[in-house]
Each structure stands twice: as structure tokens, then as C-alpha cells.
Design a protein around this ligand. Structure first.
Ligand SMILES: NC(=O)c1ccc[n+]([C@@H]2O[C@H](COP(=O)([O-])OP(=O)(O)OC[C@H]3O[C@@H](n4cnc5c(N)ncnc54)[C@H](OP(=O)(O)O)[C@@H]3O)[C@@H](O)[C@H]2O)c1
Length: 217
């Protein structure tokens, strides 16, 4: 399969690139010009403005699927610092959808977060307080807007909502859940593996599932 990975320099993005290449996919790693990026041999790199539909048309042309690990950069100690660009995800999603529609690329998976949209009631009260009162407020509003645009696009869309991300190992034990209990976490490696597994299906089973390794009730 031909797959473009947006946000290839991030924690989940790096995992997506490495694992997709290991699975034998033809991978294009996409990042802005300033990103630190190292990719395995055979992976193509495409750098540019992730909010430009023109740039993204070139990226998505001929791809079987797009997977996005884009997020808001939080300089300093997140979640107490302001995001570097508080509207980035809204603008990049709009540009991506314009590009995909123009090029006829229909499948897209984009990482959201547990607690976004109708999953808010499922996360612990303390975390809901953090979302309301810290810089996470901007990040969650941006992820909600990203989800809304994707759902309204008419494309073949899946926005997994991971629980707390870790840099732990790949366990291949990610599950979807409708209830959480205790400490809910998933490694970036398991998020990537779960996303790539979905591309092996003819269509996505769920539109916005919570995915986790620990804490599924
Ligand atoms: N932390 C958690 O516990 C948690 C839980 C659930 C969901 N999530 C969400 O999961 C997603 C992935 O997380 P992660 O830890 O892998 O993220 P990350 O390491 O912060 O990676 C974010 C990616 O977005 C790119 N990016 C940010 N601003 C950009 C801009 N203005 N232009 C171009 N690229 C830009 C970054 O590029 P650069 O390298 O150039 O900055 C990087 O590739 C995020 O949306 C996050 O909110 C996080």
C-alpha cells in the first residue's frame, strides 16, 4: 500500500513511518522544513507547509491512504505553556481535505485523543479539569475541530482517540473500549500498530474509538 504519514517527526509519526516501512508499505514521511527527521532506508521524505492545500495535493496524489500524527507543538512544559500555533490543526485539516478531494484520495486516519467530543464523559474528572483550565483547552478544541471537519468530509475516515501516550514498547495489545477504569495508557508504538492494522480492513469498523492498552473497563 502507498501511505503518506503526516507529522512524521513526532512521537507517533516516527512509529508510523518505521512500522509501515517494516510491513512493506511504500511510505512517504511528511514534515515541515524545520522538523528533525530520520527515516529508514527506502522511505521518501516530503517537506513543506502542512497548511498548504497546494503542497498537500502533491503529497496525497496517488496514495492509498493518509495517516496523520499531527498535533499542536507545546514549547516548554506542556500543558502549562501556550501552543506554538493555536489554530494549526484546523488549518492543516482543511488543507488536507481540500487536497484529498482534489486528488481523489479517500482514506484517512488521524490521531485525536481520549476526552475529545463525545468521549469527554469517559475520562476522569481531574483530566476534564485539566482540559478546561490549562493549555490542553486549545489542543482539545483543535482536535475536536479536526474531528468535525473529517466527519463532515464524506471521505473514509477514522480518528482513533488514544488514552495517555507513553514511549513504551510495542505490545500489540491495543483494544477499543467504551469505558475506562484506573490508569489508562497506550504506547506510541501501539497507537501506530493499531492504525496500520485498520488499513488492512476494507473499511473502518469505527469512526472515533477510544484505544488503549491499560485501563479498558
Ligand atoms: N500526550 C498524550 O498523552 C496524548 C494522548 C492522546 C492523544 N494525544 C495526541 O496525539 C497526537 C500525537 O502525539 P505525539 O506525542 O506523537 O505528538 P508530537 O510528538 O508532539 O508530534 C506532533 C507532530 O505535529 C507536527 N507539528 C506540530 N505543529 C506543526 C506545524 N505548525 N507545522 C507542521 N507540523 C507541525 C510536529 O512537527 P515538528 O517536529 O516539526 O514540531 C510533529 O511531527 C497529538 O495530536 C496529541 O495531542 C496525546
Amino acid at each position: 500500500m502507498k501511505i503518506a504519514v503526516l507529522g512524521a517527526s513526532g512521537g507517533c509519526g516516527r512509529q508510523l513511518v518505521e512500522q509501515a516501512a517494516r510491513r512493506g508499505h511504500t511510505v512517504t514521511a511528511v514534515a515541515r522544513t524545520t522538523s528533525k527527521l530520520e527515516v529508514p532506508p527506502g522511505v521518501k521524505v516530503d517537506r513543506g507547509d502542512l497548511t498548504s492545500a497546494e503542497f498537500l495535493r502533491g503529497v496525497v496524489k496517488g496514495q492509498d491512504a493518509v495517516v496523520s500524527a499531527l498535533g499542536l507543538r507545546m514549547p516548554g512544559l506542556a500543558p502549562w505553556h501556550r501552543p506554538e500555533d493555536g489554530t494549526f490543526l484546523s488549518r492543516s485539516t482543511a488543507a488536507l481535505l481540500e487536497a484529498m478531494k482534489a486528488e481523489g484520495t479517500r482514506r484517512v486516519l488521524a490521531i485525536s485523543a481520549g476526552g475529545v467530543g463525545d468521549s469527554a464523559a469517559l475520562v476522569p474528572g481531574f483530566f476534564r479539569w485539566m482540559i478546561k483550565l490549562t493549555a490542553l483547552k486549545t489542543a482539545y478544541a483543535q482536535l475536536a475541530d479536526m474531528e468535525r471537519q473529517l466527519f463532515e468530509s464524506g471521505l473514509d475516515v477514522c480518528v482513533p482517540r488514544p488514552t495517555g501516550l507513553t514511549d513504551g514498547p510495542l505490545t500489540n495489545k491495543a483494544v477499543t473500549t467504551r469505558a475506562l477504569v484506573g490508569r489508562a495508557t497506550i504506547s506510541r508504538a501501539d497507537v501506530a500498530a493499531w492504525m496500520l492494522d485498520q488499513l488492512d480492513r476494507p473499511s473502518f469498523a469505527e469512526r472515533a474509538p477510544i484505544i488503549t492498552v491499560t485501563g479498558a473497563a
